[in-house]
Design a protein around this ligand. Structure first.
Ligand code: MN
Ligand code: MN
Length: 460
């Protein structure tokens, strides 16, 4: 009878029961690289910058329109410093389609408003407008650092980073002491901290004169010294506050990684490492690091932008192939994180269908909410293709859904790829505390996601 069970039941195994000592070492090695990347990539711009530096080291060169493409060539296209596309040209031309992996490098954060600075009762603050889906109460009383750019009227663009280095100051949003929070504590978690209430403390010492707003003046004079900017320059700045936590190992067994922005830089890194490992592929491999996923993929750097189509059309044209012919034969892994089942909150999950920590790369046939609304829903044939591929290449993976039916839901870039007539499926790393200032992933799943993308790239 047990043989029959073995034959007929679908049983999943903990990933650590499926790999040997050698692979465990590879996994650790891979994750060290990822932790460094995540630590240094606090915004989409920084992720793109770091990815380009890594790509150049791997022999990728910047693509120029009308460049002659030869099999094995490694190219990249920088979309305004906020999104990136890389490709390794295949032996077959693009009429056979491309293998695409698409992740996003933006993450929830607190953007500064365009006129952010003001003084109140001799303390100086930045006002913010949050970006992406956050639980606001998680973002107060944690150390924050400031990243971004200030674009000057002259056209010059200044890079800003304050707080990443150990000797640099950090910032914070304060909260009420429990002693005086009786009224606040009666509010719901959604209402306890408001959007307009998320103001970042940036200074308290007055300028040595007798005019008004002396603290603000003193803070501006510091910024003048550091960056030679004034208050008006904030109008054309993109500055954002992100958690000032270092990426670190979690657990006595060090099996997990804690940090800000795993969603979705963990998949971005997996794609990058995978495309770096590709040599002379049969089909052209494409790696996308997109922006604006957390706000709906709109805009020039989002996945709904024609920037991707332009890049692919350029490649197709140089081979005399119609873009539409390429798309209809292409395959896309929408590489984005999924929710990891959390034993502390079992009530939101249907356990059998949720991704589990250490069970490998999570594949979502569909996303969406309220009866699968807003999903591209990959075909059964596509899932079967991945079953075959991952079995051949020893990729540990699991099928997953985002929570119980009608509990909520969410989307990725998958539908925007599928709408282009590209066969697309969601695949990525399960995350605990997704969208929190400090998210947690399992090293095992990070490594298997890299292996999964590599398997897709390497498949003929
Ligand atoms: Mn995501
Ligand atoms: Mn997200």
């Amino acid at each position: 009878m047990d043989d029959m069970r073995k034959e007929l039941f679908y049983e999943q195994k903990n990933g650590y029961d499926l790999i040997d000592a050698k692979e465990r070492l590879e996994l650790e090695d891979y994750c060290r690289g990822y932790m460094d990347f995540l630590n240094d990539s606090r915004t989409e711009r920084e992720a793109v910058k770091n990815a380009i530096a890594m790509a150049k080291e791997q022999g990728f060169t910047e693509y120029e329109p009308d460049m002659e493409l030869k099999p094995g060539m490694k190219i990249y296209r920088n979309n305004r410093g906020k999104a990136l596309m890389l490709a390794v040209i295949g032996k077959q031309d693009l009429s056979q389609g491309a293998v695409i992996a698409g992740a996003h490098v933006d993450a929830p954060r607190l953007d500064l408003k365009q006129i952010p600075m003001y003084e109140n009762d001799e303390m100086c603050f930045f006002r913010t407008h949050y970006y992406g889906g956050i639980k606001k109460y998680q973002w107060v009383t944690i150390p924050l650092e400031l990243h971004g750019v200030v674009a000057l009227k002259s056209g010059e663009v200044l890079d800003v980073s304050i707080g990443r280095e150990a000797d640099e100051p950090k910032f914070v949003i304060t909260d009420l002491l429990p002693h005086l929070a009786a009224d606040q504590m009666k509010k719901t978690m959604k209402e306890g901290i408001t959007g307009e209430g998320m103001q970042i403390l940036i200074g308290s010492v007055p300028y040595a004169d007798e005019g008004k707003d002396r603290v603000k003046l003193a803070v501006l004079s510091i910024l003048k010294d550091m960056y030679d900017i004034d208050e008006e320059d904030f109008l054309s700045a993109e500055l954002t506050a992100v958690p000032a936590y270092d990426v670190c190992e979690i657990g006595l067994d060090r099996s997990l990684i804690g940090g800000y922005g795993h969603d979705d830089r963990v998949c971005a890194y997996a794609e990058l490492k995978a495309i770096f490992d590709v040599e002379d592929p049969e089909r052209t491999c494409v790696c996308i690091l997109a922006d604006k996923e957390e706000t709906g993929s709109d805009g020039v750097s989002g996945m709904q932008s024609a920037a991707f189509d332009c890049f692919m059309e350029d490649l197709c044209q140089s081979q005399g192939v119609a873009l539409r012919r390429c798309y209809e034969k292409s395959f896309c892994l929408s590489a984005d994180v999924s929710n990891a089942y959390d034993p502390l909150y079992p009530e939101v999950s249907e356990k059998r269908s949720e991704a589990k920590i250490n069970y490998g790369m999570g594949i979502s046939k569909f996303t969406g909410a309220r009866g699968k609304s807003g999903t591209s829903d990959a075909s059964a044939e596509l899932v079967a293709y991945l079953r075959r591929l991952f079995a051949d290449k020893s990729v540990v993976w699991q099928l997953c859904e985002l929570g119980k039916v009608d509990q909520g839901g969410g989307g990725t870039i998958a539908m925007f790829m599928a709408n282009r007539n590209i066969d697309t499926i969601d695949a990525g790393v399960p995350v605990l505390s997704m969208h929190a200032p400090f998210e947690v992933v399992a090293k095992f799943d990070c490594y298997m996601t890299y292996k999964g993308v590599l398997a897709a790239y390497g498949d003929i």
